[in-house]
Design a protein around this ligand. Structure first.
Ligand code: HT7
Ligand code: ZN
Length: 876
């Protein structure tokens, strides 16, 4: 693939006015007729040809204004149809007929078949696999879609917009027509045809319009769509109340399919979902599954305004829709659940996924300026860091001006394809604030590092804070400029109360936000009666790394008294991380591991504090992961030492806290039927956290076996099975529990995915053999992305000791898998390969082995653009 540069952006030479599509569906030979009305854009040379994108298409017809196009006037290449001799200014019609084979489309881009259902995926560049088309997001048009298919096997014919009508045909086929009145880019096109069951409901919008809601699932699974439907209605209401956004068609449909490359897709009026994010019931879904369903249903729905009504001018602007929509779904979940706990989960995810990306060879700006394969830019940087940037705009502007800016964005750009600059300009116009320096966040890759040190002058009653910021070099960007960092902070006094400064100099301060804008900045707080303990980055308002000398006592003070509960968790988590890093050094030096008294005291005090909600206390008890520790250490990492250190600290905590954990397991046990609400989920989470300490503090598997036997919902059942498998992988009780779990859920592929994932994450070198054996299990299917992700993906991403075996076998295994998956599904192969993004921070021997495996992939013939882009960047 060639490199695409942002600076080369030009509008198309031809304006597309209308699109009329007719599909004659057939598994092996689908015929697509596309009637496209264009006119030449004003000022464009009369000799400029019309260039349409195409990919793996067979062209069988080309008409100009209903007349056959002379062969001398067009060329077809592997990726384009070029038409010459077109009118200077009058509108004209091009009719393109193509043939495609949905059944053999294993890439899952364009039109494909999954469980006998025809389905499409067009973002980012899949529409060109359906017909020749200006397949770019700034080409907006109104679509009519006619679908013809065999009625017996495809009684259901769906596309975007409102249903126009349909009828039976004489040959056993039938047709349906759909019209979408909202101009849209081709990536939002969708078609579904097949035989599916439906869950139905309706929603009355704020202005009184009735919207039909339909969720299509496999026959018999309709009851499992109840939670998704409830989440959808809550999302629709929330968007009206919080962002003033109403739905704009007569019908909103969701279709769940079992073969899907990502989580879901926001096609206008016809969202298509990975069934993992639709189907749920207490027997088969965990609390995390319910939370994910709620968030993803909302995310795709919210795209209707942030993405569909206002879309991206080009794919460099992906964060315009994704970052903003993630921010919106985060806010939605925060309002539906506990805001603090939601924020903790977001920050944990950001640090474990985005921070490593930003610190490794795949680092790129939230708004990149070049790409080789756009599919590789659906990254955690674009999504999650993009969301954090929107959150910072909200922090800087504060609630009312942020809302004014959002309202202006919707008003000014409805129906347009725009840029990040357009987005930011709305907030500047609404607030009168200059956001030029802030915009650097979109353009500079890398996680900023803020170093802080403070000194107290008792005589003057001043607290002087020296702050310094730097952004590390990243691929293609060696020197960085200072950014506008909104640092939310407080000064706590010895009794836990918050100091109120009489004045502050050296930085703009609004409420508790210190605006850091210089490379070095000294901020003086006056009127501080005694030495304060600064609490930095409340709510993780800025996505930064922070370096600050803070004693365990200071952290304990924050953990006990901060008004911001997130900051309390952050203090304890940092304390734990410091201890785990120290313990890793101890393991590597063959010294005994120590667990600080302050950590034990801090964690147990919070865990026992019943003024705090259980979900929060569970987060406190959940120690930083092995990859969190590796990231903190940053270089020369030995995953075995990290794992041993973490186990040792965990055991020490288990011993000290046995009484607390025993009590919590009892107190948090729920009676009555399962409810997926956040409060019940929080109690289950705290109970299971406590249980895991008890299990790790015991040499025998009985406690975990008993928990497995007693579980009456999937959260508790899969948690107990994980404890058993990870703590006692070879015990008889584990072997039996694994077999029983598999027997019980043999007909539910999504639950079998959990069974694969639990085994793929068993720590230690021998898990590789287990994973290899599981690939021969009849439930494994190398063609299904969910199966591949749950076994191969989970092993590579989430099993530090198993995957990073010292002998390099884990990397060789992955290389083989990547080369096997790539010809079928390059997107999936490329994404799983990113699991090696932090290979350079491993100790020398492992890093060498990892490099050999990457080189082996890079040297393979016929690599897809997706995989070669990732592997080459990783080796650079
Ligand atoms: N906008 C979508 C991103 C997407 C995608 C979805 C499914 C398959 C392939 C895909 N490529 C890109 C999903 C979202 O962010 O909402
Ligand atoms: Zn999205």
């Amino acid at each position: 693939g060639q490199i695409v540069h942002l600076e080369d952006y030009r509008p198309t030479d031809f304006v597309l006015e209308r699109v009329d599509l007719t599909f004659e569906l057939d598994p092996r030979e689908t015929k697509v007729e596309a009637r496209l009305i264009f006119h030449r854009r004003e000022g464009v040379s009369p000799s400029a040809p019309l260039v349409l994108d195409g990919d793996e298409l067979t062209l069988t017809g080309l008409l100009f204004d209903q007349e056959e196009m002379p062969a001398t006037l067009y060329d077809v290449s592997a990726d384009a149809l070029t038409i010459r001799g077109l009118p200077e200014s009058a509108p004209f019609e091009i009719t393109v007929t193509t043939l495609l084979s949905p059944e053999t489309n294993t890439q899952l881009m364009g039109l494909y078949r999954t469980s006998n259902v025809y389905c499409t995926q067009c973002e980012a560049e899949g529409f060109r696999r359906i017909t020749y088309f200006p397949d770019r997001p700034d080409v907006l048009a109104v679509y009519t879609v006619n679908i013809i298919a065999d009625k017996a096997t495809a009684p259901l014919l769906l596309s975007n917009g409102n249903y126009l009508g349909g009828a039976d045909m004489s040959d056993g086929r039938h047709f349906a027509s759909w019209f979408d009145p909202h101009p849209k880019p081709s990536y939002l096109f969708a078609l579904v045809a097949g035989d599916l069951g439906v869950a139905e409901d309706k929603f009355i919008t704020a202005s009184g319009r009735e919207v039909a809601l339909r969720i299509y699932v496999e026959h018999g699974k309709e009851p499992r769509a109840t939670y998704a439907m409830d989440a959808l209605k809550r999302a629709m209401k929330w968007d009206e109340e919080v962002f003033g956004r109403e739905y704009d068609l007569d019908i909103f449909m969701i279709v769940a399919v079992s073969d899907f490359n990502m989580g879901a897709m926001e096609n206008k009026g016809l969202n298509i979902f990975n069934d993992k994010y639709v189907l749920a019931d207490p027997e088969t879904a965990t609390d995390a599954d319910y939370a994910n369903i709620e968030a993803i249903i909302a995310h795709e729905y919210f795209h209707n305004w942030t993405g569909n009504r206002i879309t991206c001018r080009d794919w460099f602007q992906l964060c315009l829709k994704e970052g903003l929509t993630v921010y919106r779904d985060h806010e939605f979940s925060a309002d539906m659940r506990s805001r603090t706990v939601k924020r903790i989960a977001e920050v944990r995810h950001l640090k474990s996924e985005q921070f490593p990306e930003d610190a490794g060879p795949l680092a790129h700006p939230v708004r990149p300026t070049q790409y080789r394969e756009i599919n590789n830019f659906y990254t955690t940087t674009v999504y999650e860091k993009g969301s954090e940037l929107t959150r910072m705009v909200a922090t800087i502007l504060e609630r009312d001006l942020f809302k004014k800016g959002m309202d202006l964005y919707f008003e000014r750009h409805d129906g347009q394809a725009v840029t990040i600059e357009d987005f930011i300009a709305c907030f500047e116009a609404a607030s009168g604030r200059d956001l030029k320096q802030f915009s650097l966040w979109y353009h500079q890759a890398g996680t900023p590092l803020v170093t802080a040190s403070g000194s107290y002058d008792a005589a003057k009653q001043t607290f002087t804070l020296s702050l310094e910021q730097s952004v590390p070099p990243t691929p293609g960007q060696s020197a960085k400029r200072p950014m506008h960092i909104p640092l939310r902070m407080g000064l706590l006094l010895g009794d836990g109360s918050e100091a109120v400064a009489t004045s502050v100099s050296g930085a703009e301060v609004t409420n508790d936000v210190v605006h850091l804008t210089e490379r070095r900045q000294t901020v003086v707080f006056s009127g501080i009666p005694s030495r304060p303990v600064p609490s930095f980055n409340r709510g993780f308002a800025a996505p930064i790394n922070l370096q600050v000398e803070q004693s365990a006592d200071d952290r304990a003070l924050i953990a006990r008294h901060e008004a911001d509960l997130f900051a309390r968790w952050q203090a304890l988590n940092t304390m734990a991380l410091d201890n785990l890093v120290k313990a890793t050094g101890q393991v590597r030096r063959a010294e005994p591991v120590t667990c600080d008294e302050a950590l034990v005291e801090g964690l147990l005090t919070a865990a026992e504090d019943d003024r705090l909600e259980p979900a929060f206390r569970s987060q406190v008890l959940s120690l930083p992961s092995e990859s969190d520790i590796a990231r903190e250490i940053g270089r020369d990492n030995d995953p075995d030492a990290i794992q041993a250190a973490r186990q040792a600290v965990l055991s020490a905590l288990a011993t000290s806290g046995r009484d607390t954990f025993t009590r919590l397991v009892g107190e948090m046990t729920l009676s009555g039927p399962f409810r997926p609400d956040a409060t019940s989920a929080g109690r289950r989470a705290l109970r299971n956290s406590a249980l895991s300490y008890l299990v790790y503090g015991d040499e025998r598997p009985e406690k975990a076996v008993n928990a497995f036997r007693a579980a009456n919902n999937m959260t508790d059942l899969s948690f107990a099975l994980t404890l058993l498998a990870h703590r006692f992988p070879f015990a008889e009780g584990t072997v039996e529990a694994l077999a029983e779990f598999k027997r019980r859920f043999a007909d539910n592929a999504l639950v079998i995915d959990k069974w694969f994932a639990i085994q793929a994450t068993i720590p230690g070198a021998s898990t590789l053999d287990r994973v290899k054996a599981l690939m021969s299990d009849p439930h494994f299917n190398a063609g299904n992305p969910n199966r591949v992700r749950s076994l191969v993906g989970t092993f590579a991403f989430s099993n530090p000791t198993g995957f990073n075996r010292a002998d390099g076998e884990g990397y060789r295994f992955l290389a083989k898998q990547i080369l096997d998956i790539d010809p079928r599904n390059p997107q999936l192969a490329a994404r799983i390969l990113t699991s090696m993004r932090s290979w350079r921070s491993l100790e020398r021997m492992r890093a060498d082995q990892a490099r050999y495996a990457l080189e082996e992939i890079a040297a393979a013939p016929n690599l897809s653009a997706d995989v070669s882009d990732i592997v080459e960047r990783m080796l650079q």
